[in-house]
Design a protein around this ligand. Structure first.
Ligand SMILES: Nc1ncnc2c1ncn2[C@@H]1O[C@H](COP(=O)(O)OP(=O)(O)OP(=O)(O)O)[C@@H](O)[C@H]1O
Ligand SMILES: Nc1ncnc2c1ncn2[C@@H]1O[C@H](COP(=O)(O)OP(=O)(O)OP(=O)(O)O)[C@@H](O)[C@H]1O
Ligand SMILES: [Mg+2]
Ligand SMILES: [Mg+2]
Lengths: 168, 165, 165, 168
């Protein structure tokens, strides 16, 4: 299951529809402070089922919806779609026959959420289970956010065990 | 379960003892359980000494040494239980050039296992990338993403940035 | 005392509201007391928006924006109650080149007040220095300090470092 | 009261006697990871009266004594001397006639400490009072250690007030 592409609309600073294609090997993301690089990381975590707004630097989940700028109005909804290449057939049984697997997530200002696997509506639980099944799940050590390296060092030993538990 | 944690801990510890001297070009490190009797609640301590230095608490290490130690641990866990992809957001920030090179060498050695996505301000780390995306905000508050070549990306973080700012 | 804290808070807040837009080339920020009734225990919140962006919690700001905001606050307190010297250890680390230049401009404007000691890995920040010291560890674990010229210092963190390592 | 020079012997990685002369204006300190730059900051805080080993990244105050390397034996004592130029006469009454003021601190492995002002033995309290008198004291905002910028942002509002209290 390797990453194929990511599509964001109205997610944090990505007000306009943005599509990124990932290569095999190494994809680099660069740019000045505050331009949106870490927001891409947040989008990937969010569409894979992140349930805590704090892990996305917000206080409410609505904080991920583009909230306006000097020149743009706030959006009413945030959408992210993440497409995986499944040619290695690693996806769990229900999905093993697909060449591609796309997970999608939408959040409306009203607080209403929608979830999709291959454009079919599903529950958040289905997305989380899909990833658990592939071993891809948002393991803390496979998405190393900005500042996480520091917190491994300053962590209390009892909190540090969490990283190992995720691999167990 | 206790057994699974113990197995994982031992495997990661063994990998960490091997990886740390690779990243530091010497020295040694290991993980230690704070409470061997209580595997469900025990903490995990890190003991480390860079090459030529004496073993002491990691709190005394420098900012860059702490970062490289944490990177060694993250990669050790990753090698024991690889994910199909690994997303690293500016983990090279506290590293000097020599350590950035060592970090990059290690990434290269792991590319066979997994797909890497690296967010970086570092020109050398950019050289690892097979494809580079530049994120910009020409319109305040609105992000755009474009495919860029290596020299464009390096300019983005280099001298020309003051002209743009 | 309540009165002194209130006076200090108001003075620093006023300075911060002036300094933030200077460092960010726009935008605005302010400090807010969490409990106006209880000046001896109240917390201090930071509200900030970089130029063109909407005012929201500082937790949503980027790594570099958070750093520059904290620098604006530190310098604001410093300008209200200057010390004869100010020691800054790698505060420019998360900043991109444009922001490093703004940070350096601000240091230049404050040199009249106080003596500055800057620890840095950044070649541009080094250019501010009237005198540069290079710290080395040729013998493992034993630090030595030598006076260096700008080009030597820049090489220390530049391309030649891999040759040394 | 501006900084004139710093002398370290046996302080952390500065096993050999090291002297740094500070200029008016800006003094820059550069070098690779782990070479000793932040140890210089620790030395200045320590000689000015820092009482908490944790603020110097240690668990015991003995952690500041050079503890040996592959090629060197551990030292039995750590010494730091910091010399100020007092030509602006800002030092408190007792010292206003001096052109220079030097504070010194020694710590032996035995745990014994010695303190000096202009080579005269004194108590730690005398050093701390000297600095309080000049407004130079280890104000948190005048010695910004590595990582402090991050902790201002992540601090709880009740902890953040401390920075302002120091200026009050
Ligand atoms: N809901 C939102 N609507 C609009 N803008 C947002 C929203 N959430 C966050 N932002 C903006 O996104 C910016 C942060 O972007 P991000 O953290 O991705 O920057 P970055 O490229 O990683 O920068 P750095 O190099 O400093 O880490 C902030 O300026 C923040 O104001
Ligand atoms: N008591 C001691 N005896 C010997 N060495 C020590 C002692 N205390 C700390 N050190 C060593 O000093 C080194 C840390 O130095 P320091 O923090 O000054 O590095 P730095 O130059 O600031 O690096 P960076 O750029 O990574 O922040 C560590 O390698 C540590 O092992
Ligand atoms: Mg970021
Ligand atoms: Mg340091």
């Amino acid at each position: 299951m390797r990453l194929k592409s990511l599509e964001l609309i109205g997610f944090k600073s990505f007000v306009d529809r943005t599509v990124i294609h990932f290569e095999e090997g190494v994809t680099g993301i660069v740019g000045p402070n505050g331009c949106g690089k870490s927001n891409v990381v947040d989008a990937i975590r969010w569409v894979m089922g992140e349930m805590s707004a704090k892990h996305l630097r917000g206080s409410d989940m609505q904080d991920v919806i583009f909230n306006g700028s000097e020149t743009r109005q706030a959006m009413g909804m945030s959408q992210v779609y993440l497409t995986f290449d499944n040619s290695d057939g690693r996806a769990p049984a229900d999905f093993s026959k697909y060449n591609e697997i796309q997970v999608g997530r939408r959040l409306y200002r009203s607080g209403e959420s929608e979830y999709f696997i291959n454009k079919t509506p599903c529950r958040l639980k289905d997305i989380i289970d899909l990833f658990l099944g592939t071993g891809v799940g948002t393991k803390a050590y496979s998405v190393v956010e900005q500042g996480m390296i520091g917190s491994i060092i300053t962590a209390k030993p009892e909190d540090r065990r969490f990283f190992l538990e995720e691999a167990a | 379960s206790r057994k699974r944690f113990r197995e994982t801990f031992d495997a990661v510890n063994s990998q960490f003892q091997e990886l740390f001297p690779k990243l530091f070009r010497g020295g040694r490190a290991k993980l230690v359980l704070t409470d061997e009797e209580n595997l469900l609640e025990t903490g995990v301590e890190i003991i480390a000494s860079p090459p030529g230095k004496k073993l002491q608490s990691i709190t005394l290490l420098s900012g860059g040494e702490k970062a490289l130690t944490a990177i060694a641990l993250i990669f050790s866990i990753f090698l024991i239980k690889p994910s199909p992809f690994c997303l690293l957001d500016e983990v090279d920030a506290p590293l000097d050039d020599a350590n950035v090179d060592r970090f990059n060498d290690m990434i290269r050695s792991m590319i066979g296992h997994s797909q890497f996505i690296l967010i970086t301000h570092n020109k050398r780390t950019m050289e690892l990338a097979d494809v580079l995306y530049g994120v910009t905000m020409e319109e305040a508050g609105a992000s755009k993403m474009v495919s860029v070549r290596l020299n464009q990306a390096q300019e983005m973080v280099g001298e020309t940035q003051t002209a743009v700012a």
